[in-house]
Design a protein around this ligand. Structure first.
Ligand code: NAD
Ligand code: MLT
Length: 312
């Protein structure tokens, strides 16, 4: 019996070697399917591998007559209908640590770019404007960074920011005062963090509890001139409230890698000069893409050939 695996988002070819090499597994990488085409195609496949672009809906899962496993080559599983997968007995696996380092590095790159207005200055120079007055930044040294979500990426960001000699205050439901002390960071509630911070960086998953965690009320409590980085998920910050907070001058700048609706090419936040942005590139490094693809590929091979998966 041959098992068929469909990869519907671009995955690293070097990372999917466990699938390519496996006996009795056939792999198709088809990355331009419409949702309707995927609903049709999924019938023939035993496994589906995705990144964040493919929305694995209830309808897709229901049509997957042979579907046994969905592999998410990355951390967030918010693009997969987990309830539907459970109801249909489909295992969902992710790659929780393959892109931690890349996402943390990207968050730091965004933080530094925001503080020094590097993208704005670059844009001006590309338009042949040698403007040294409009792009005066601020130092991060001595400033307080609020980290919301001290999981894998949040901790890595905190450690790097300490290297920039920032003070860190963090909130995570699983963080204790003892643990915070061991990590060398201050510990507080979300409110404590957002009140104390000069910069805030978000590192939670998108869950019901974290949707619009940062809303208009939260912005009101922040320091004037606060700057915000979101390289976690669109939807954790209420984008309308962020827009208003920037326009009112409460928030001095925002660095966004993620948006509630992606792709987000035509977004009102992108019209504000205080906003810098990347198109969901946090995990887009050669190393991370290879690593997450290897992890989920191994899981799919193990499951289809009768073994156990790491983290269903
Ligand atoms: P993780 O599971 O290691 O950490 C998430 C942390 O958030 C956990 O410690 C959890 O306790 C905490 N948390 C949950 N609810 C919270 C709440 N209400 N308030 C504060 N903290 C809360 O995950 P991670 O690897 O650190 O990744 C975090 C998120 O970053 C992922 O879920 C994913 O959505 C996103 N991500 C984005 C990119 C990108 O390309 N931009 C790359 C990787 C991950
Ligand atoms: C993730 O959750 O891992 C990120 O969205 C990275 C990605 O797959 O692009």
């Amino acid at each position: 019996m041959t098992f068929r695996v469909l990869i519907s988002d671009p995955l690293s070819e070097d990372g999917i070697f466990p699938l390519r090499e496996a006996e009795k597994i056939e792999v198709d990488m088809i990355t331009d399917l419409t949702p309707e085409q995927l609903v049709e195609k999924i019938k023939d496949y035993d496994a589906l591998l995705v990144r964040s672009q493919t929305k694995v809906t209830r309808e897709i899962i229901a049509q997957g007559e042979k579907l046994k496993i969905i592999g998410r080559a990355g951390v967030g599983v918010d693009n997969i209908d987990l309830e539907a997968a459970t109801e249909h007995g489909v295992i969902v696996v992710n790659a929780p640590d393959g892109n931690t380092n890349s996402a943390a590095e990207h968050s730091m790159a965004m933080l530094m770019s925001l503080a020094r207005k590097i993208p704005q200055a670059y844009n001006a120079l590309m338009q042949k404007k040698w403007d040294r007055k409009s792009y005066v930044g601020v130092e991060v040294k001595g400033k307080t960074l609020g980290v919301i979500g001290m999981g894998r990426i949040g901790r890595e960001v905190a450690m790097r920011a300490k290297g920039q000699r920032m003070k860190i205050i963090a909130y995570d439901p699983f963080l204790t005062e003892d643990k915070a002390e061991q990590l060398g960071v201050a510990y507080g509630s979300v409110e404590d963090v957002i009140k104390a911070a000069d910069f805030i960086t978000m590192h939670t998953p998108l869950l019901e509890e974290t949707k619009h965690l940062i809303d208009a009320k939260a912005f009101e409590k922040m320091k004037d001139g606060v700057q915000i980085v979101n390289c976690a998920r669109g939807g954790i910050i209420d984008e309308d409230a962020l827009y208003d907070a920037i326009v009112s001058g409460k928030v001095a700048g925002a660095a966004l890698d993620v948006f509630e609706e992606e792709p987000a090419t035509d977004h009102k936040l992108l019209e504000l000069p205080q906003v810098i942005a990347t198109p969901h590139l946090g995990a887009s490094t050669v190393e991370a893409q290879e690593s997450v693809a290897i992890d989920v590929s191994h899981d799919v091979v193990r499951l289809l050939t009768g073994g156990l998966v790491r983290n269903p």
